[in-house]
Design a protein around this ligand. Structure first.
Ligand SMILES: C[S@@+](CC[C@H](N)C(=O)[O-])C[C@H]1O[C@@H](n2cnc3c(N)ncnc32)[C@H](O)[C@@H]1O
Length: 361
């Protein structure tokens, strides 16, 4: 029976850990080591988009090259995670020669062939993975990850779950990073369809809920058009989880009788925007804004222009449920400036309304 996650063999908090490999095999170990408080360095000839994103968001040092003996200087633990037997063995031997403890992640088994092609049509399971921490992935989602032949994942998914994939499962990184690496939705749809047409069980593992700004509907349609059966496993959306993890109830009998979730991707005035910001300013419900880090100045200015009170409580929570979770409390008038000043970066959720000032005591 697999353990619940890759457990480092020692208390790595504050210690330097070297992850050898920058591909998909390194995703789960990096996520787990960061959660354990390690200072992580990644060395590998190829760095996957999600590894690069994890590194940028968590002060992980990355060297896009082969392993050098000097990389082990001052390192407490080596984790060979190339997902390739020869490279992992080299890392183990180097660690042994230098007297540094080394441990392989659980998935480090090396099947000779790629994913099996089976007769008949496979299936696609759209798994909402929650905001990023393994504990917020549903039991059904975890079970699907454990069974999958292929897992198509991206940067906001609960990456520690990949430790529990079958050793022969193929992991495909299809990150869409704001202003960074990008896999088109068309390409993602094609990957799902191609693998399922080869008879495989394909898990599309995403952050939050697949149907809340997750493009799960488009993936479902693409699969249905190709005659592929789809199962949807709902996930815990960051729209509700991020506020909750920051201690904010989105509704409260004394304050508000509802909440509205909007995307901030298209700011007020944008030709592609369909949100009625004037109506939201008057709605008297909690406003939850996803994908709004860059557009928060424009959004808050528009809400003020339409009469929302400047001292309405507001709060931004970034990296909710992840080791770097960070909250900024302010008002409608200054949440954009304060979030920027505090260096808030995506992923972040902003809550505007009376409940944003909630304190339990
Ligand atoms: C493309 S949307 C996907 C939303 C996702 N399907 C959900 O239900 O949470 C990405 C946005 O979700 C929010 N988000 C996702 N994970 C988050 C997290 N761990 N902390 C804060 N916000 C998060 C951010 O607003 C981010 O820009």
């Amino acid at each position: 029976m697999p353990s619940t996650s890759f457990a480092p063999p020692l208390d790595v908090a504050g210690h330097r850990v070297l992850v050898c490999g920058g591909g998909t095999a390194a995703l789960a170990p990096i996520r787990v080591l960061l959660a354990a408080g390690a200072e992580v360095t990644v060395v590998g000839p190829e760095i996957s988009p999600t590894v690069a994103d994890l590194a940028a968001r968590n002060r992980v040092r990355v060297h896009a090259r082969s392993l050098l003996p000097g990389d082990l200087d001052g390192v407490a633990l080596v984790v060979p995670a190339a997902g390739e037997a020869v490279a992992d063995e080299q890392a183990l031997q180097l660690a042994r020669a230098r007297g540094v403890l080394a441990t392989l992640p659980r998935r480090a088994a090396y099947p000779a062939a790629g994913p099996e092609t089976r007769s008949g049509t496979g299936e696609v399971i759209l798994v909402g993975g929650g905001p990023g921490d393994l504990s917020l992935l549903t039991l059904g989602g975890l079970d699907a990850v454990r069974r999958a032949d292929v897992i198509v994942t991206d940067r906001l998914a609960p990456l520690a779950a990949l430790e529990q994939a079958r050793p022969d499962a193929v992991i495909v990184d299809v990150a869409k990073i704001p202003r960074g690496a990008y896999t088109s939705q068309q390409r993602i749809n094609a990957i799902l369809v191609e693998h399922a047409q080869s008879g495989r069980t394909v898990v599309r593992l995403k952050g939050g809920d697949s149907f809340v700004f997750g493009r799960g509907g488009e993936e479902w349609q693409a699969c249905a058009a190709a005659g592929i059966p789809v199962t949807v496993l709902p996930g815990v959306s960051s729209a509700t989880a991020a506020p909750a993890l920051a201690g904010i109830p989105l509704t409260h009998r004394n304050h508000t009788q509802g909440f509205t979730v909007v995307s901030g991707h298209a700011p007020p005035g944008d030709a592609g925007g369909t949100v009625d910001w004037a109506a939201l300013a008057r709605a008297n419900t909690t406003l939850v804004i996803l994908m709004g880090v860059a557009t928060l100045p424009a959004i808050t200015a528009e809400l003020l222009r339409h009469g929302m009170l400047a001292d309405t409580p507001a709060l931004t929570v970034a990296d909710a449920g992840l080791p770097g979770q960070f909250t900024v409390r302010a008002t409608l008038a200054d949440i954009a400036v304060r979030s920027h000043a505090e260096g808030i970066k995506p992923p972040a959720v902003t809550v505007i309304g009376a409940v944003a000032g909630f304190r339990p005591g």
